[in-house]
Design a binder for this molecule. Structure first.
Ligand SMILES: Cc1ncc(COP(=O)(O)O)c(C=O)c1O
Length: 484
């Protein structure tokens, strides 16, 4: 039967329907421009060569599901870009944005608004104690840019220590501080100077070849060595639980030790909780697991449940006191934009009303258990790690040697990636999962139910066959575990 792009008579959604339905008058053909074609021809697809990009058109979303233009309903097992923590179609947040739009959508940031005061009050209830002054932007990368400027001005030093398995955003400072390959193509132009990279707290692929706990947390000690030998270090930036680069949970001693080292050297600790914040790990913020208070905490994504873009840079009183007499050299037209703040107020209310932090902890235990059963069944699953509703699967060609399927260079060169193949197979089975190099990021909305977790696990169980088959196709001997 022929299929044609049609709009339902009630106006939405656009769907591929059968011609028989037109004949029966159930639907009518339209001259709707081809959404995918226009998007592809005239807008950029991010982090990729453009030629092979065929964006899927999404028409609606509700709860833990979203629907594409063909009518396929997909379970959102990654909260889109690990940001739709409240799920889709949350009426409270949507209404709050609409109400604010009617009341006062925008004023110059040097004025203030009731909603700015309200969000600030609520933030102080949930961020680690002692973080008391905020800068509001509209993305995670901007939150980090503000953090770098603040740290450099406050300390009078300029070097920033970051780590190789990290992503901190796309703008000049944040991409410079990004250790993953998204940085490579823009070097040396287009990024700020002064970033150096230290070792990851990545036990599955320890950069020192050590084993926890005998390692003595050498990865933290080495940062101290760097601070001492580099000089001029303003700050160390870490994702407390690394996000897109594999959901790497550090050993328990790591963050407290890093806090101690940075404090002793008068170096600021910036914790990037753009992805790991907002209940994702089963606490309001990942640092809460280890009771660490950074000097600066940056966040975005879940702060509004992704209903509208908001980024936050939270600083201590000591830092803000410095700017009482020093020029705060930063700002944006859309800083403290009332619509973004209204969404933040409503979202925090929803995290509390729905008890989502506790729920993330509880459902996360179930999700983790189910994912670990997949590791038992599938030789391609090298490691399963996570906290709360934030889990990563690391795929390997050889479990014993930990040889990875693909390299960072493969990703940049647009080579077929095994993790992408598994994710594509999951989509066919109705579950959306974000892949990155050799990782699959499982981070569903915090409202997810057990049955929905089971549905995602079943899809993944069957899709992992793609990676298992790759192993049998290319039998390799042991190669360095430090392949990625
Ligand atoms: C840890 C981390 N920091 C910063 C960013 C950048 O945030 P945005 O994309 O909102 O600029 C991201 C985005 O994924 C992230 O995961």
């Amino acid at each position: 039967m022929s299929r044609i792009l049609l709009r339902k008579l009630d106006g939405n959604p656009i769907k591929y329907r059968y011609l028989s339905e037109i004949r029966c008058g159930m639907v009518q053909a339209t001259d709707e421009p081809d959404v995918v074609k226009l998007t592809k021809q005239h807008t950029y697809g991010t982090w990729r060569a453009q030629k092979s990009w065929i964006p899927r058109e999404i028409v609606s979303a509700e709860g833990c599901y979203f629907t594409d233009a063909s009518g396929q309903r997909l379970l959102d097992f990654s909260s889109q870009l690990m940001c739709s923590n409240l799920g889709h179609g949350n009426k409270v947040v949507i209404d709050a944005i609409c109400e604010q739009a009617k009341k006062l959508p925008y004023v110059v940031p040097s004025f203030t608004t009731e909603v700015r005061a309200r969000l600030t009050e609520l933030l102080m209830e949930v961020v680690p104690k002692g973080l008391e002054k905020f800068f509001y932007a509209t993305s995670g990368t901007e939150a980090n840019e503000a953090a770098f400027k603040i740290a450099r001005q406050y300390t009078g030093r300029y070097k920033i220590i970051s780590r190789y398995n990290s992503y901190h955003g796309s703008t000049a400072g944040s991409i410079a501080a990004t250790g993953d390959p998204r940085r490579y193509p823009i070097e040396p132009a287009g990024k700020m100077d002064g970033v150096i990279f230290g070792p990851d707290a990545y036990c599955y692929r320890c950069p020192f070849g050590l084993r926890y706990p005998d390692c003595g947390i050498t990865c933290a000690d080495y940062v101290e060595y760097m601070i001492e030998h580099e000089s001029n270090v303003a700050a160390v930036i870490v994702e407390p639980v690394v996000g897109s680069n594999g959901v790497i949970v550090p050993p328990d001693e790591y963050l407290p030790k890093l806090r101690d080292i940075t404090k002793r050297h008068g170096v600021l600790m910036i914790c990037d909780e753009v992805m790991s914040g907002w209940g994702r790990t089963g606490e309001w913020f990942a640092v809460d697991h280890w009771e660490v208070r950074p000097d600066i905490l940056t966040t975005a994504k879940g702060v509004t449940g992704a209903y509208i873009p908001l980024g936050v840079t939270a600083t201590t009183r000591e830092i803000s006191d410095f700017f009482e007499e020093h020029y705060f050299a930063h700002g944006h037209t859309y800083e403290a934009h009332p619509l973004t703040l209204a969404a933040g107020v409503a979202a925090i209310g929803e995290y509390k009303r729905l008890d989502l932090i506790e729920r993330s902890r509880e459902m996360g235990q179930y999700l983790g258990k189910q994912l670990k059963t997949l590791q038992d069944k599938h030789p391609s699953v090298g490691d399963v790690r996570g906290l709360g509703l934030f889990w990563g699967l690391e795929l390997v060609r050889n479990r014993k040697s930990r040889l990875a399927f693909n390299t960072r260079e493969d990703k940049l060169q647009g080579k077929p990636m095994v993790a992408d193949g598994v994710a594509a197979e999951c989509m066919k089975k109705g579950t959306f999962i974000n892949p990155w190099i050799n990782y699959l990021i499982i981070a569903p909305p915090l409202i997810i139910k057990r049955e929905e977790i089971d549905q995602g696990i079943n899809a993944l169980d069957s899709a992992l066959g793609v990676a298992d088959t790759e192993i049998t196709r290319h039998r390799h001997g042991a190669i360095s575990a430090l392949h990625v």
